[in-house]
Design a protein around this ligand. Structure first.
Ligand SMILES: NC(=O)c1ccc[n+]([C@@H]2O[C@H](COP(=O)([O-])OP(=O)(O)OC[C@H]3O[C@@H](n4cnc5c(N)ncnc54)[C@H](OP(=O)(O)O)[C@@H]3O)[C@@H](O)[C@H]2O)c1
Length: 247
């Protein structure tokens, strides 16, 4: 009898995390949801059990509690086959830029916590010789903009960390994938007016993650291809032109 592959979803109560968990469970994977809201993760696990016939395990995790990461990692008998990090916090740019303590929470929730936790699992995966790490970053990290540069800076840091992790693990059988979803219709963006052609549903992001995991091709991907030319142009705009734009 073969054992089922296992996936850990960090930020298990996120809308993208939930959609991703459902796809993996539907393919027979053993799913663990890790989140700070255990009751919500439990409700999601119940819902996934009804839809897929497999109830995910639920574990408590606050990505700001870096002091607990070693114990969290060691509680797994062995590292999951795949880890998907879907934890994140949009923050509030206007408030973050006036309050260093608030900005620190945005920076730590999107960068420090996710990066250090994935890094803590990486060595166990490398020692074993296989594993997939999927980090959900953002196009916001590709060029700092006035409207969201605290969140964007954190995602830029996270993308750079994932790039380095990918480079360091590629010869040890561990595949690191950076996912940049563009806009996604979730709790995080509920207050925003989203451009239709550029906005994905959580299930679309989840399918892209599962497909990338199956392909095991280390690298960075946009969920909707249209983001590649858009971000190429935004990155290449000369600074004097960029500074005149309201973004
Ligand atoms: N929606 C978009 O347009 C978009 C675009 C690009 C990238 N992303 C990224 O995609 C990922 C998933 O976001 P989403 O759109 O699905 O939004 P979401 O539903 O708001 O999910 C964000 C999740 O992060 C969790 N989280 C925040 N701080 C945490 C902490 N300290 N410890 C543990 N969990 C924490 C939240 O937990 P609680 O449920 O307890 O609040 C929530 O479940 C995030 O990394 C986000 O930055 C989203």
């Amino acid at each position: 009898m073969t054992t089922a592959s296992s996936v850990l979803i960090i930020g298990g109560a996120s809308d993208i995390g939930r959609a991703t968990a459902l796809i993996y469970a539907g393919h027979g994977w053993k799913v663990t949801l890790a989140g700070r809201n255990l009751a919500e993760c439990g409700r999601i696990a119940d819902d996934i059990a009804v839809r897929s016939g497999q109830r995910p395990d639920v574990v408590e995790l606050d990505v700001l509690r870096t002091d607990r990461f070693t114990a969290f990692v060691e509680a797994f008998p062995e590292a999951p086959d795949t880890i998907v990090c879907a934890a994140g916090l949009l923050g509030d740019q206007a408030r973050d830029q006036c309050d260093p303590n608030r900005a620190a929470v945005t920076l730590r929730s999107n960068f420090e916590g996710p990066a250090l936790l994935l890094g803590a699992f990486a060595s166990a995966m490398a020692a074993r010789g296989h594993g997939v790490i999927v980090g959900i970053s953002s196009v916001a990290g590709e060029r700092g903009r006035a409207s969201n540069y605290v969140y964007g800076a954190a995602k830029a840091g996270f993308s750079a960390f994932l790039s380095g992790l990918r480079h360091s693990l590629v010869r040890q059988g561990v595949c690191v994938i950076t996912v940049k979803p563009g806009f996604v219709r979730t709790k995080m963006t509920a207050q925003m007016t989203l451009p239709r052609g550029l906005t994905a549903e959580p299930a679309e992001v989840a399918r892209a993650i599962f497909k990338a995991d199956q392909a095991k091709r280390p690298g960075s991907l946009y969920v909707r291809p249209v983001w590649r030319p858009i971000m190429t142009i935004i990155r290449m705009l000369p600074e004097p032109v960029f500074l005149r734009m309201r973004l």
